[in-house]
Design a protein around this ligand. Structure first.
Ligand SMILES: Cc1cc2nc3c(=O)[nH]c(=O)nc-3n(C[C@H](O)[C@H](O)[C@H](O)COP(=O)(O)OP(=O)(O)OC[C@H]3O[C@@H](n4cnc5c(N)ncnc54)[C@H](O)[C@@H]3O)c2cc1C
Length: 447
């Protein structure tokens, strides 16, 4: 068994782990990053297919207020472009197709008023949340004992408004509204500014795309300390005493004074801790399941829908294609149609044979965009529930009774072990920006 020694051990080479490493590197501190996968990036994965079709199979977008990611973009001179957001969007509801512009689909005047009112009320509640301590809210217990779905049912009066709201929520959380507590939803919306920001392209979380992908950005940031990253080394056990920690992988034991653990809470229990994790922390991890999302890409020679005045965006109630985006760069780039399949749809869809999935997606795209959609030059899909070292996405969610009772244990260190990862962020929780914030915070804690 190979033995290594370092001052600070970082477990996980996603955005949180690399942010912690970057901070420690800047401070000239001794550290080592240990990563389970054969690559860095975690929930980011940028792949190039057929020679020059670059796709983000994991995280893709940056929003204008995600300052920490933008700092990395400027530092590395990473090229960006804006998500295509011109032309008419498509709404497909109850078998009828219509067109609209803006963020909110046109669903009939009564339903539209109903939807607008529900969104306004949700935004108002979210604005009252202190994201550092959501459990301190005077109504925390009340909001945390109900699911977001219960709240939506109570505050919408038309089926169409409820339906569109559910699709929006699925897109934001990659989960059903019945899976998450209202308090957690309010915290999450507030941590990313507000619901409108989270669902929007212009001035929203889907505004900007990195030409070389989000994993490409991370690789650039990590390049100057690449020799301190050990890949293909899942940490199986962490033993700690008063002087430090010993992390065991299949090949080695790494001794360190401090450890920054960036593994998502749902996967933490796969590591054996000696002594065991405090019971509150362990119970918290048991209550933070990952959402589920699939990204499907149909790539065409040109973004042909643009010449028909269409934005490439769809909101629909038809399985499996409920939300789409045009993620290509300029009219001369390939036409890159991104389809999201989320929540229970993703869990069901991934079980189908790959050819059937492709056929089902293309059939719907033909229905929305015409016959040209039947002939992509490339198709792929990716389901994150299948990834051994992630097991879902975008983020660990909280069911009722979790944030109020276990929330304070999210960031509390356990001896020499400090916790990071986007799930621990109070700003842009669930996003790349939140992951960076958490990595910086944990690095500051250990030094
Ligand atoms: C499909 C998809 C779309 C998304 N879209 C966006 C988006 O557009 N914009 C945005 O900002 N965010 C988006 N996100 C969310 C974003 O990817 C995450 O918030 C962020 O990547 C989390 O980073 P992290 O470092 O906290 O966690 P992770 O990226 O999960 O990193 C944790 C690391 O720990 C490693 N690990 C796990 N267990 C062990 C172990 N036992 N030993 C050693 N290593 C271990 C993992 O392999 C992983 O590399 C998306 C995510 C997905 C999957």
């Amino acid at each position: 068994m190979n033995e290594r020694q370092t001052d600070i051990l970082i477990i996980g080479a996603g955005f949180a782990g690399i942010a912690a490493a970057k901070k420690l590197h800047g401070l000239n501190r001794d550290f080592l990053v240990v990563e389970a996968r054969e690559r860095i990036g975690g929930r980011t994965l940028t792949e190039t297919f057929e020679g020059d079709i670059t796709l983000d199979l994991g995280a893709k977008w940056l929003g204008p207020t995600q300052q920490l990611v933008w700092e990395w973009v400027y530092e590395t001179n990473a090229a960006t472009y804006e998500t295509y957001n011109t032309g008419r969007n498509i709404l497909s509801y109850k078998g009828k197709t219509s067109h609209y512009t803006g963020t909110i689909p046109k669903i009939g005047i009564l339903s539209l008023l109903d939807l607008g009112n529900a969104i306004k009320q949700l935004e108002k509640l979210a604005a009252t949340i202190d994201t550092q301590q959501p459990w301190q809210h005077p109504q925390a217990e009340r909001y945390d004992e109900m699911t977001l779905r219960t709240w939506i049912r109570q505050h919408t009066h038309t089926e169409a408004a409820r339906h569109v709201m559910e699709i929006g929520i699925q897109t934001v959380f990659a989960a059903e509204s019945s899976e998450i507590s209202l308090l957690f939803a309010l915290f999450y919306l507030r941590s990313g500014d507000n619901l409108e920001t989270l669902i929007s392209i212009t001035n929203g979380a889907q505004q900007t795309i990195l030409k070389e992908g989000t994993q490409g950005l991370l690789k650039k940031v990590a390049a100057c300390f690449a020799d301190r990253i050990v890949l293909q080394s899942p940490v199986e056990k962490i033993v700690q005493d008063t002087i430090g920690v010993k992390a065991h992988t299949a090949q080695s034991i790494i001794r360190a004074q401090k450890c920054i653990l960036t593994v998502p809470p749902a996967l933490l229990e796969r590591i054996r801790f000696e002594p065991p994790l405090p019971q509150q922390k362990a119970q918290l991890c048991q209550r933070m399941p990952m959402g589920a999302a699939m990204k499907c890409f149909a790539v065409y020679n040109t973004p042909f829908w643009r010449k028909h005045g269409l934005s490439g965006q769809v909101v629909s109630d038809e399985f499996p294609v409920k939300v789409t985006f045009d993620v290509g760069h300029g009219d001369k780039d390939y036409g890159k149609m991104l389809v999201f399949v989320e929540g229970n749809d993703a869990r069901n869809f991934i079980g189908l044979p790959p050819d059937m999935r492709k056929q089902m997606v293309l059939e719907k795209l033909v229905h929305f965009f015409g016959k040209e959609a039947a002939f992509p030059i490339f198709y792929t899909d990716k389901c994150w529930t299948e990834e051994e070292w992630t097991r879902g996405c975008y983020v660990g969610l909280m069911s009722p009774n979790t944030l109020t009772h276990f929330g304070p244990h999210l960031r509390t260190p356990f001896g020499n072990i400090h916790f990071a990862g986007t799930e621990t962020a109070d700003r842009w929780n669930g996003y790349l920006d939140g992951a960076i914030q958490s990595g910086y915070r944990a690095a500051e804690e250990v030094v």
